[in-house]
Ligand binder design. Structure first.
Ligand code: UD1
Ligand code: CA
Length: 477
């Protein structure tokens, strides 16, 4: 049997009032994706012929976000939120040629997994149903539609909390609000929806009853993990869902060979990759497209965003963004790597060092208290404590070149554009604004002179003057 065409409809027109946010609910972030982004990623695995998103509240923001994360998804506007049934009809009317399986989802269920959707569709298509409801067993069904079953245990109806009797409220099998439908049967059923319920809305759930009444079969599929069906209505639920996702991500990583000292304070985006035999210390966030290679040690207290870390590297108490760290390189403690900071193999960026748009070559070291911006450092160079690359003249940024095995003395300012050639030295405390040729020592600081007897003359009676007197006496003895 060839698999029928599949189409995804995502309902995302609701306001999400309880979030109390200027940002549409679906756009709130959980471990690397928006709520909606997670649902779309799961739906992507169905290889849908078409994905139609119903937008309403915050339509502009939602559409702009979709253009970023799912450019092939189409949107249709539901001007007034007249119910889930109405929203589905608006979408299906915009898809006149669709047949096969239509999967209806919400935009706020970030824990929905691709495997659950695949199982729902498989159950639906194998059963030849007009509709198949994704259900879940929950401890607290408050607020959700309950699944009513007939004497044989088959699906009978869904009753909303607001329309339910006391007996029905005790049912703990709930409607997730996600379904697989036969497209043509759905089209017919949606025409028959009424609004004679306590909310005066067109309920999508009524379509299932209409299908049964017309003699078609309606199946159910129970999610293996009820978390897959959890929606997000307020910020407390947002935090709860984030915690559940954190547990899923972390257990998958630990099972794949990652050591986590403290999973509770380890937050890895679903878009990040961590190889086996990486050790993650407490309080670490790995965000965006971060990739950590085998044998590296990350943390404690580090946030890496869109950062590539090579094998056997170490990143301690660091904040990094758009950087790359070579194999066996070391970063921190207390380092800041900004976009296009590129550390080659065995490079070291140490304590209180900031690097931006610069390459630090193989085995080169910037160990203490430095700023390196718009610079290229060759191999095996040593940049002394307190060195500042002054890349900005107040008008424009300029580049600095530091060659192989260069030794820059402590507390130097390298004023760009400037070049320190291979195999040269810069004397400590220099303010270098002329190129230093290969093999030479660049000295760019005032000469020292000592004014003898100055303390006794100008600071008589001070503790410094007394110390000087004592030193003179000792000298005489
Ligand atoms: C719905 C189900 C309920 C189920 C619950 C699961 C109905 C009648 N009830 O209830 O059985 O247990 O979901 O969460 O379907 N939306 C639109 N346009 C609308 C109305 C809703 O796009 O006109 C979207 C919302 O943005 C939201 C989703 O549909 O993402 C669900 O809407 P909501 O009002 O939350 O449905 P519930 O009443 O919670
Ligand atoms: Ca809801």
């Amino acid at each position: 049997m060839t698999q029928p065409q599949r189409t995804v409809i995502l309902l995302a027109a609701g306001e999400g009032k309880r979030m109390r946010s200027a940002v549409p609910k679906m756009l709130h972030e959980v471990l690397g994706r928006s709520l909606m982004g997670h649902v779309l990623a799961a739906a992507e695995a169905l290889d849908p012929a078409e994905t139609m998103v119903v937008v309403g509240h915050g339509a502009e923001q939602v559409s702009a976000h979709l253009a970023d994360i799912a450019p092939t998804a189409r949107t249709v506007v539901q001007e007034k939120q007249l119910g889930t049934g109405h929203a589905t009809r608006v979408a299906l009317d915009a898809l006149p040629d669709v047949d096969g399986t239509v999967v209806v989802l919400y935009g706020d269920t970030p824990l929905l997994q691709a495997s659950t959707l695949a199982e729902l569709c498989a159950a639906h298509e194998a059963g030849g149903h007009a509709a198949t409801v994704l259900t879940a067993s929950v401890d607290d069904p408050t607020g959700l539609g309950r699944i009513l079953r007939d004497g044989d245990g088959g699906f009978a109806a869904i009753v909303e909390q607001k329309d339910a009797t006391a007996g029905q409220l005790a049912i703990t099998e709930i409607n997730s609000g996600m379904y697989a439908f036969d497209a043509s049967r759905l089209r017919v059923a949606l025409k028959g929806l009424t609004t004679d319920n306590s909310q005066g809305e067109e309920y999508l759930t009524q379509a299932l009853t209409l299908m049964l009444d017309a003699g078609h079969s309606v199946g159910t599929h129970t999610a293996a993990d009820f978390a897959d069906t959890l929606g997000c209505n307020d910020r407390e639920q947002l935090a709860w869902l984030r915690g559940l996702m954190q547990k899923r991500v972390n257990s998958a990583l630990m099972r794949s060979g990652v050591t986590m000292d403290d999973p509770a304070t380890t937050w890895v985006d679903v878009t990040a990759e961590v190889a086996a035999d990486v050790t993650i210390r407490p309080n670490v966030q790995l965000k965006g497209r971060t990739v950590i290679a085998a044998g590296s040690e990350i943390g404690p207290d580090s946030t890496l965003t869109d950062t590539i870390v090579g094998e056997g590297a170490s990143v301690v108490r660091a904040h990094t963004l758009g950087a790359s760290v070579g194999a066996k390189a070391s970063v921190g403690p207390f380092a800041y790597l900004r976009p296009d900071a590129e550390l080659a193999e065995r490079a070291k960026v140490g304590t209180f060092v900031e690097v931006k748009n610069s390459r630090v070559g193989e085995g080169s070291k910037v160990p203490h208290l430095s700023y390196v911006g718009d610079a290229t450092i060759g191999v095996e160079a040593n940049i002394g404590a307190g060195t500042i690359v002054a890349n900005y003249d107040g008008m424009a940024k300029h580049r600095t070149r530091i060659g192989d095995a260069v030794f820059v003395g402590s507390d130097s300012v390298l004023i760009a554009p400037v070049s320190i050639a291979d195999g040269s030295y810069v004397a400590a405390g220099s303010a270098v604004d002329k190129d230093v040729p290969s093999g030479s020592l660049g000295v760019a600081r005032g000469r020292q002179r000592n004014i003898e007897g100055w303390v006794a003359r100008s600071r008589p009676g001070t503790k410094t003057a007394k110390a000087a007197e004592r030193a003179a006496g000792e000298h005489e003895e």
